[in-house]
Design a protein around this ligand. Structure first.
Ligand code: PMP
Length: 368
């Protein structure tokens, strides 16, 4: 068997050690007499798995005690619909800042429930930068401000100002909600700056099918809007995210990924590796004399998803075929943008990006 370097945007590469552990646990879990996917979610074995996953995630992300953690079935899109239902009064204003495709998706999930205000958008410029915070038209009475921490398709990321980037703004008394699907756990984060953050697991946290929501507990007191129990974050918390049968396999696998990240040195270590990977790849693109190009404003370039284009798109198919033959998969760009995209999440080692850069340079020599 030879596993390729997998640059897929999500579902995405998982650490090999996690897959091997899962393979081993698949047949029998401890002395349960059955696999972890075959036993009750309320039994002691799975309850221990769930508790360890939450404890490890709290350690990994330094989640303050006044924040609740939910593990919910489905993806990030579902949370985009549940946020207004749980935190906005019917028809209340909610501010959205659009820096790419997924911010727009969030508005499509929310618009039926709120008076949706697009406070700022970089769409006119093709989502290649983040509007300056001073230009955001925020509403003082908004239920929340929603941003996308990292735009997985457009490759645009909020970055600490200290790193020369565009930092998350201070939204005062209006809580800041952020979609962290494609950058959670990629670097240290001050969670106390946010009212809620959420992420589908299938990039940095594990398999698709489960999402993590981290929410300031006092916000759960908000009445929100009429909704079914199953859509109610407060009830989910009271039921320990087990209002119905949870996706136990996904939860267990995410737990293995949390443990792996802690064992590797935690988010500080991943921040170091991710910075190195991004530096290598952008340097290769920028240093190619225009053979490859990334169009995102340098200050807000994503460390996780690097879209790039060949100067001559007639070479795209040959680039992808050659990449596959070289053991590099998942590089085809999203249909919205075309071209290529390398997703370089936590599970992608520096050696994988180095192999991609070598391949890109060799391809350019043949076709440049
Ligand atoms: N937000 C972001 C930033 C994403 O990257 C994605 C998926 N690629 C989504 C939301 C939608 O997630 P899901 O498919 O889990 O609903």
């Amino acid at each position: 068997m030879s596993r390729a370097y997998n640059f897929s945007p999500g579902p995405a590469a998982l650490p090999e050690s996690v897959l091997r552990q899962a393979q081993q646990d698949m047949l029998e879990w401890g002395d349960a007499g059955a696999s972890i996917v075959e036993i009750s979610h309320r039994g002691p074995e799975f309850m221990a798995v769930a508790a360890a996953a939450e404890a490890d995630l709290r350690t990994l992300l330094s989640i303050p005690d006044d924040y609740a953690v939910l593990f919910l079935p489905g993806g990030a899109t579902t949370q985009q619909a549940l946020l207004p239902l749980n935190f906005a009064a019917p028809g209340q204003r909610a501010d959205y800042v659009l820096t790419g495709h997924w911010g727009k998706t969030a508005t499509r999930q929310a618009h039926a429930y709120v008076d949706l205000n697009v406070a700022a958008s970089s769409e006119a410029g093709g989502f290649r930068d983040i509007p300056q915070a001073g230009e955001w038209r925020l509403s003082p009475d908004a239920a929340y401000v929603h941003v996308t921490a990292n735009e997985t398709i457009h490759g645009v990321e909020f970055r600490p100002a200290a790193a020369g980037g565009h930092a998350f703004p201070d939204t005062g008394d209006v809580p800041l909600f952020a979609d962290f699907s494609s950058s959670i756990a990629s670097e240290p984060l001050d969670i106390s700056r946010f009212g809620a953050i959420y992420a589908g697991a299938q990039k940095n946290l594990g398999p698709v099918g489960i999402a993590v929501v981290i929410v300031r507990r006092d916000l759960l007191e908000r009445a929100g809007q009429p909704r079914a129990d199953i859509f109610d974050y407060r009830l989910q918390l009271a039921a320990e995210s087990m209002l119905n049968t949870p996706p136990t396999w996904n939860w267990y696998l995410a737990g293995l990924v949390f443990r792996w990240m802690l064992d590797e040195g935690g988010v500080a270590e991943f921040a170091r590796r991710n910075a190195e990977k991004a530096r290598l790849l952008y340097a290769a693109i920028d240093g190619s004399g225009g053979f490859y190009r990334n169009e995102v404003d340098a200050a807000v370039r994503s460390r996780m998803n690097v879209p790039f284009f060949l100067a001559d798109d007639a070479h795209d198919a040959a680039f992808l075929d050659g990449a596959r033959a070289a053991g590099l998969i998942g590089l085809k760009g999203h249909r919205v943008l075309g071209g290529m995209r390398a997703s370089i999440y936590n599970a992608m080692p520096v050696s994988g990006v180095a192999a991609l850069v070598d391949y890109m340079q060799a391809f350019q020599q043949r076709h440049g």
